[in-house]
Design a protein around this ligand. Structure first.
Ligand SMILES: Cc1cc2nc3c(=O)[nH]c(=O)nc-3n(C[C@H](O)[C@H](O)[C@H](O)COP(=O)(O)OP(=O)(O)OC[C@H]3O[C@@H](n4cnc5c(N)ncnc54)[C@H](O)[C@@H]3O)c2cc1C
Length: 380
């Protein structure tokens, strides 16, 4: 088959690798608008069992990536000055650039070529193909050009976030909430290299307005955030990499494909970063589409229909949880003000409904007991 893939992020790269391994005669071309070594952001985090989702389908890639992950077994919630470590929440992370560099090498070893600095804004630019993949991220051009066919919906959320890094290496994935005169500031921070951490700051819109970020220079914005999180950063600087305040777009598509064109990864749907599943979902999409082709051979319409049918239920479960988690952060001012540190940590853990009291008791009996002492009726 002649396959053209727009976007060499985790979704596009991994799908290319799987299809080439399935049949080396596939003619696969990848296009990415950025330069090879240019990427936004710092590290990405994988929740739960890290790359375990890859293990069954792709032991080779699993072994290739796993040694480069930073991993830790617990997470920490900081409610102003109270730290609450929570056991039983394994996370792993890797620098986004490192992950991409490793995936570039992986697909190139299979004989595939990535056309960097090549922007595709219209399907017509691609010429003839048996299959076209729109893996061009949350702001996909392939999707925007065909929104009606995909049945796209985009809902912009009100919270603001900015993705920074810092040279302070944190020892667990930590969510720090600090009350200030302007409102609550939350930092999602975790080490992704022995000497670097992601430091993502999120605030409610009203806090953002009161702090005056709208008219603040990038340098003063960094200084402001460094003051808010001075105790956490312990003198280390916040580092920018094209960092700017954004709102999160919740994107969904009713139809994942039309004719021979299909969406994968963030182009298909976005999942709030607070559940650490964007990269995992993107790679799982690739596995599901690959499996659909394995089943249906070169029957493209059948494979695309099969892809949506098999992938929708497991993906929707994580997407729903991500949306509930996102809404929890949208009430952070009220939650920090009204809950004690233990209640707050409990609320965090049970926010998306995936962890109930019994499960929390299993993961971290100490936190469950502390909560039961405050709310005896919660005992199970
Ligand atoms: C602030 C923030 C924090 C995040 N944190 C995490 C996290 O902790 N853990 C996690 O797992 N995920 C996280 N994510 C999400 C994660 O980065 C994405 O979900 C993941 O990268 C999706 O992979 P993808 O391949 O679908 O898209 P992308 O990684 O976005 O790749 C798309 C590619 O397409 C290219 N492209 C775009 N338009 C064009 C065009 N017109 N022509 C050619 N090429 C084009 C881009 O250059 C890019 O390389 C976060 C995202 C954000 C915004």
């Amino acid at each position: 088959m002649k396959i053209k893939i727009v976007g060499a992020g985790p979704a596009g790269l991994y799908f290319a690798a799987l299809m080439k391994q399935l049949d080396p005669s596939h003619e696969i071309t990848l296009f990415d608008r950025t330069a090879r070594n240019a990427t936004w952001g710092f590290g990405v985090v994988f929740s739960d069992r890290a790359l375990e989702f890859l293990r069954a389908d792709d032991e080779a890639l699993y072994r290739y990536l796993t040694p480069h992950l930073e991993t830790w077994p617990d997470l920490t919630i900081v409610h102003n000055d109270t730290r609450i470590p929570i056991a039983g929440n394994g996370f792993a992370s890797i620098g986004r650039l490192e992950l991409l560099t490793r995936l570039y090498a992986y697909v190139e070893k299979l004989g595939l070529q990535i056309n960097f600095e090549t922007e595709i804004t219209k399907l017509a630019q691609l010429g003839d193909a048996d299959l076209i993949i729109g893996a061009d991220g949350a702001f996909s051009s392939i999707r925007s050009e065909n929104e009606t066919k995909f049945g796209t919906t985009t809902e912009w959320r009100r919270n603001r976030f900015i993705w920074y890094g810092t040279s302070k290496a944190f020892d667990s994935l930590t969510l720090t909430f600090r009350e200030t005169g302007a409102g609550v500031f939350c930092a999602h921070h975790y080490r992704y290299r022995p000497d670097m951490s992601t430091f993502l700051v999120e605030v409610e819109d009203a806090t953002w307005q009161r702090a005056g970020f709208k008219d603040m220079s990038p340098e003063d914005t960094i200084k402001y955030c460094e003051r808010v999180f001075a105790k956490d950063l312990e003198g280390r600087p916040i580092i920018s990499n094209n960092s700017y305040w954004r709102n999160f777009p919740v994107i969904w598509n009713a139809h994942w494909s039309f004719d021979n064109v299909v969406l994968l990864g963030d182009a298909l749907r976005t999942a709030h970063f607070s559940v650490g599943s964007g990269t995992r979902l993107a790679m799982e999409d690739s596995v599901a589409l690959f499996k659909a082709f394995k089943e249906c051979g070169t029957d493209v319409p059948a494979a695309l229909a099969r892809f949506q049918e098999t992938r929708l239920p497991p993906m929707k479960k994580i997407w729903d949880a991500a949306n509930v988690s996102m809404q929890w952060y949208e009430q952070m001012d009220k939650l920090v003000a009204t809950l004690s540190p233990v209640e707050f940590a409990y609320s965090y853990m049970t926010r998306s409904g995936r962890v109930d009291h019994a499960e929390l008791r299993r993961r971290d009996p100490k936190l469950a007991l502390a909560y039961e002492a405050l709310h005896p009726q919660s005992r199970v």
